[in-house]
Design a protein around this ligand. Structure first.
Ligand code: ZN
Length: 111
């Protein structure tokens, strides 16, 4: 049996495969808080970074009013305010995991 923490992380990794989801969507799907999702995402990003067959994708937040893109943010969380126009209408960043090779089979984490 995997500890619950591992299970949630594995579920998030599975959910992100070949799609893009916000941390809020992930929190609802897995049944944990957004804060916990962001913690898992950090670990998943590290795991995927060392895996040549997969790539962790981050679609940055964007200001809905002026189109400013938060490219240089190192944190995964959503910014609260646009530095250019001060708007608070910021889209949530979206995450995903893309498969880089078409023939590689995906193995369950830790096996
Ligand atoms: Zn703006």
């Amino acid at each position: 049996m995997l500890p619950p923490e591992q299970t949630a992380r594995q579920r998030i990794a599975d959910l992100l495969f070949n799609t893009r989801l916000t941390s809020r969507q992930l929190a609802q799907l897995v049944g944990i808080s957004e804060r916990q999702v962001e913690d898992h995402l950090l670990h998943i990003a590290k795991t995927v970074a060392s895996d040549r067959s997969r790539r962790f994708m981050l679609e940055p937040s964007q200001c809905r009013d002026c189109g400013y893109i938060f490219r240089d943010r190192s944190r995964l969380t959503k910014p609260s305010r646009c530095p250019r126009c001060r708007s608070e209408a910021i889209t949530a960043p979206r995450y995903g995991i893309d498969l880089l090779t078409s023939r590689g089979k995906t193995r369950p984490e830790g096996s």
